[in-house]
Design a protein around this ligand. Sequence first.
Ligand code: PEP
Ligand code: MN
Length: 347
Amino acid sequence: MIIVLQKEASETELQDIVARIKHYGLEPHVIVGVARTVIGLVGDKNGLEPSFFEGLPGVEKAVPIMAPYKLTSRDAKAEDSIIQIKNVTIGDGKMVYMAGPCAIESREQILETAEQVKIAGASILRGGAFKPRTSPYSFQGLGERGLEYLQEAGETFGMPTVSEVINPSDVELVARYVDILQIGARNMQNFSLLRQVGHSRKPVLLKRGLSATIEEWLMAAEYILSEGNYQVILCERGIRTFETATRNTLDVGAIALARRLSHLPVIADPSHATGRSELVTPAGCAAVAAGAQGLMVEVHPNPDTALSDGAQSLTPRQFGQMIKAVQRVAGALTLSSTDEWWERNVV
Ligand code: PEP
Ligand code: MN
């Protein structure tokens, strides 16, 4: 259930309602929107009806949320959530590009990549230090040393950073070094990890699980929000299907649907979605056409020698070309929504 406050509701009225919610053993989540403040109720409502709250001072209405994900849903917050990470804004209508190697391999490698992706147009630097590899014999990442290199590269080139955390006990460590905590596809339903990043105040990039439904993905986000961390970015990275020609199948419809169902920003990862460097640009364009507000792309100075995911990694030059193509799609979407464009091109 959400309680929508009257526009003119006072702070005292808000606090009274919050106290009453707590008194009934529920957890209030105050969500301040542009037009309205709403309070999301989380917990076992045990027969409490919306009408119980509707008579209270400051309350405009109380509405049940039908979806199993509550705080994540558009019903809880009608307008898009915008996440500010240092100098970068996600979800404000401007495309955001996160780029970097699958795995941080050395100080030189991440510094070189950072410099080149920054020049090409990326604003956030990615790099894996704790790698969830399919084989225990594959390169597992440099761990904390990798995070030190990533932090140095991010600071040197003025880019916020993102890196995956795979263990609940490592959340604090990873959060000391990076600006965004990444939850990988394989851990999307690691509920203790989700709760742990929910306690962190760092934004979380939540990848969709390999075989997760859209509802399961949004429920995973709900775990994080319900712990008080509302800064979640959803990332579609392809799902498992019968098709083997591509590494995964980019679920373009899921991007459009997630944007409708949730107020959280949605981005896409065309690298893991396709597994093939030559498909990254077309898949990235499709994702943006469907409503993705940013892309995460694997870029390596020399993909042939990459210790992880070389086949899907772009060179910095290819990445720059990809951005040009994607920006044309993003620009066309903005233009097509203006009357001027219709008059010039359609009527
Ligand atoms: C990654 O981004 O490096 C990664 C492992 O991605 P995913 O969790 O989507 O497979
Ligand atoms: Mn990878």
